[in-house]
Ligand binder design. Structure first.
Ligand code: ZN
Ligand code: FE
Length: 256
């Protein structure tokens, strides 16, 4: 197994550009294409050649650079078969759960509907590496534009079932505002308080708060903690089912 090199950089006001590079085979994937110019600049800095574009979902801030990058590099654009009609310039459609090759590596899309119906997370299982787009954020999750709370909770539960040490990269730098909300529903969580302090320090220096890990998110992200007694006590929902608790947390966040 060769190591993959990840390059994370800022794109647009709060998106992340993410390049995944296999130094042995020399292939490079962009996870989504928030800004073609910024991605080209990052490729130039690294001296990498873009071979693949792997898409999480169809929103403009995730596919904006597809056409320009494909034209320049001839990169193969890979996306969820079930949402192919909405993914501009797509070349290769893959079913969720079916493996596809990135260089010598096996990659799978994990079906994560909720933010959009066709949203996927991108999983490099061997490397324990996960790109969650706008499904899971650090201390947050995507807004429910198309799916139901039940769908989103199921999507997040699927991601939370991955090994704790799985390294998670997200589509946006929303962590500091997510932390303020998370503390409002989970104020006694010591690990969350420590993470919030760390986030403030990182942001004060202009540094990113990502990547995170599945284990860290399970301990601190309220959207992965609908079963937590402390959060349920704050919400006054001790005996509600997880979907109802999750929906309440999501609704409170929307108006926070
Ligand atoms: Zn989105
Ligand atoms: Fe987005």
């Amino acid at each position: 197994m060769t190591n993959l090199e990840i390059y994370q950089f800022n794109c647009r006001p709060d998106n992340f550009g993410l390049l995944v590079h296999d130094p042995e085979i020399g292939v490079t994937a962009s996870i989504d294409t928030p800004d073609g110019d910024a991605i080209n600049q990052a490729l130039e800095e690294k001296g990498w050649t873009l071979s693949h574009i792997l898409l999480t979902h169809h929103h403009y801030d995730h596919v904006d650079g597809n056409a320009a990058l494909k034209k320049k590099w001839g990169a193969v654009i890979v996306g969820n078969e079930a949402d192919a009609a909405r993914l501009p310039e797509i070349d290769l459609t893959v079913k969720c759960g079916s493996p596809f090759q990135f260089g010598a590596h096996e990659v799978r899309f994990i079906d994560t509907p909720g933010h959009t119906i066709g949203h996927v997370a991108i999983h490099f299982a061997e490397q324990k590496l996960l790109f969650t787009g706008d499904a899971l954020f650090s201390l947050g999750c995507g807004r429910l534009f198309e799916g139901s709370a039940r769908q989103m909770l199921q999507s997040l539960n699927t991601l939370a079932a991955l090994p704790d040490e799985t390294v998670v990269y997200c589509g946006h730098e929303y962590t500091q505002s997510n932390a303020a909300f998370a503390l409002s529903v989970d104020p006694e969580n010591e690990q969350l308080r420590a993470r919030a302090n760390e986030i403030d320090q990182l942001r004060a220096k202009g540094l990113p708060t990502l990547p995170t890990t599945i284990g860290a998110e399970k301990a601190t992200n309220p959207f992965l903690r609908a079963g937590d007694a402390g959060i349920r006590a704050v919400l006054g929902m001790a005996d509600a089912d997880d979907v109802a608790v999750f929906a309440e947390i999501r609704q409170r966040k929307d108006s926070f």
